[in-house]
Design a protein around this ligand. Structure first.
Ligand code: PHE
Length: 453
């Protein structure tokens, strides 16, 4: 037993916990994925659905993951085994590992794009280009067979390297400095974007809802994105909270992480959409939106290339603090339960996720025509993980806390054994017992077309 305890690392304290959990949540999801999802699904209407999903579903699921992880002090699979011995709940942990794996594969590809854009900004390659040329440059780059794969491999090596070295002294330390810096850059970008000629249309797109643009798929996309952005449903927060100390206030942590994550996403939207309209870019342009829009904004700023370098560096760092949390889900399991050394587990998981990432990257070019269920490889992994596995995982997790772990245990964990007041507790139980499961089930079945309203 004592050996088991001494083997487990913990985050060093409150700030480290917030930095790590917010570091996992804040990433490409906020700055790359959120704007193009909003752009594809009608702007403001999508944002309202998204915020509803965050508050009514995301928050209770995050709290539930914290309860499970800190109570069990184990990886995502073993946590279920410890809290429900002999029952099949550990399968939820397995699904999580599979999803973490899929996400990490395509995440590494997009994070690789940010590295290319650091390089492009440093060498001033956008100077003198018009919006159409910047768009073409992006398309040519992601469609080429070698360069994106090269950067993807670089990014995956960085991810593996940090997890290999342990978390506390690496990522925890840097997240505390770099996350606030990202916020500062976003503020500067927001100011520049809002003052562009024609910014009003972009802001209207973001904040004036057109409810007729809400569709069942849009709702499912908002739900899936809420899970994606808060790193939920796949055991990431279970794994991370297993490293929390027993004094950490779980509810405050969950609220802080959720609010920070949502704010960063909205700020990214404010930086991007005024420019989308000012430069006549299609709001529904898809995954290229940030990479096509922001270089135009940087060109309109004195010393823009410096901001551009800084922005893409910080985006890469934000991606890194997320990708390590996905890798950690797998490594914690392999190292703890399969008795493989942490280092070997890290190398093996990194190599496999990188290999699966290669066809994702190629699906933007030479493999574009290879379709499975009508989707290319990249979209297939994205859809299966965020729109299917994450919501199902989230559903199972809240059900587990309410019906298996039971009220007393949940209350004990949330109140740190009675030390904290938990006035919100009945609300949490109500949301976790009824609102979240029913909402997830309805949105899910409706979005997949299995049930029509
Ligand atoms: N939340 C991360 C982001 O927004 C992505 C992520 C998903 C991280 C799942 C961990 C687990 O970029």
């Amino acid at each position: 037993m004592s050996q088991e305890i001494s083997k487990r690392e913990q985050f060093s304290g409150k700030l480290g916990i917030i930095a790590a959990a917010a570091g996992s949540a804040i990433g490409l999801g906020n700055i790359w994925r959120f704007p193009y999802m909003a752009g594809k699904n009608g702007g403001a209407a999508f944002i309202i659905l998204y915020i509803l999903c965050i508050a009514l579903i995301g928050l209770p699921v995050m709290l539930s993951e914290f309860v499970i992880g800190r109570r069990a002090k184990k990886n995502a699979i073993a946590s279920f085994r410890r809290l429900a011995p002999g029952k099949p709940w550990f399968i939820v942990g397995w699904m999580g590992i599979a999803a973490a794996f899929m996400i990490l594969s395509f995440y590494g590809v997009v994070a690789g794009w940010t590295l290319e854009y650091i390089f492009k900004s440093l060498t001033g390659s956008f100077a003198g280009m018009d919006p159409a040329a910047i768009g073409k440059e992006f398309g040519d780059f992601i469609g080429s067979p070698v360069r994106p794969v090269f950067w993807q491999v670089v990014f995956m090596v960085l991810t593996g390297g940090i997890v290999y070295a342990g978390i506390k002294d690496g990522i925890e330390k840097y997240s505390k400095i770099l996350m606030p810096l990202l916020l500062v850059i976003l503020v500067v970008l927001d100011v520049r974007a809002i003052t562009l000629a024609g910014a009003g249309d972009g802001l209207a797109f973001l904040f004036k809802p057109d409810f007729s643009s809400i569709t069942a798929e849009g709702f499912l996309a908002a739900l899936g994105h809420a899970f994606f952005s808060l790193s939920l449903g796949i055991g990431t927060m279970i794994t991370y909270s297993s490293y929390f100390d027993k004094k950490q206030d779980l509810a405050t942590t969950a609220v802080q992480v959720t609010v920070a994550d949502t704010l960063i996403a909205l700020m990214a939207g404010i930086a991007i959409f005024p420019a989308v309209f000012a430069f006549n870019i299609e709001p529904s342009a898809g995954p290229g939106l940030v990479f096509v829009t922001l270089p135009n904004v940087f060109l309109q700023m004195p010393g823009g290339w410096i901001f551009s370098v800084l922005f893409f560096v910080l985006l890469a760092v934000a991606a890194l603090t997320s990708s390590i949390s996905m890798l950690e889900v797998m490594v914690a399991y392999f190292a703890e339960d399969l008795n493989i050394s942490r280092k070997k587990a890290t190398i093996a998981s990194t190599v496999v996720a990188t290999l699966v990432g290669v066809p994702c990257s190629l699906s933007n070019g030479v493999m574009a025509d290879v379709k499975i269920f009508g989707k290319n490889f990249f979209d297939l992994l994205d859809f299966t993980s965020s729109s299917v596995l994450m919501p199902i995982g989230g559903l199972m997790i809240v059900l587990f806390v309410c019906w298996v772990l039971k009220e007393d245990a949940a209350k004990d964990e949330l109140s740190n054994g009675g030390a904290l007041k938990v006035k919100f507790f009945p609300w949490f139980m109500f949301a976790a017992r009824f609102i979240a499961p029913v909402a997830i089930a309805l949105v899910f079945l409706n979005g997949l077309g299995l049930l029509k309203f």
